[in-house]
Design a protein around this ligand. Sequence first.
Ligand code: PNS
Length: 156
Amino acid sequence: MNKVIVPGTFDPITNGHLDIIERAAKLYDQVIVAIAKSAGKNPLFSLEERAELAKDSCSYLKNVEVKTFEGLLVNFAKENDAHIVVKGLRIVSDFEYEFQMAGLNRKLYPEFETLFMMSSHEYMHLSSSQIRELAQMGGEYEELVPECVAKALKNL
Ligand code: PNS
């Protein structure tokens, strides 16, 4: 069985994330959406809330499961008997950070592979931080996130 991890902070999950998860789920037998605690980023939603929103959003994808983790991604990968990570690449500025991270992870765990998937055109500029800003400043975001996320943002 081939298995991949789609990691991130998912604060909150957007339609851009879902696009990558859905496409990975077509290519691989099993997808683990790995939600990092990312305490240093001071997330808007708690780890549990982010996991619930991701579970709800991915519930129509039968080969996708959502898990949370704290600490290094390579350790999470080893614990889950996986060595492939799929990451979405949007604009060019993503590349430098992702390139460094992929190199470091491979140094820590030589079998570790990072595969990059280009974001679909309509999600090229979409990020969780933009969604949080739109929600906090009264902008429209409903078409950019799953329904459960839109609801959660309204209830903040
Ligand atoms: O959605 P994000 O915030 O861009 O996701 C980044 C994430 C969570 C995938 C990345 O920060 C990560 O893997 N964090 C876990 C800690 C880790 O393994 N860091 C790399 C070595 S320092």
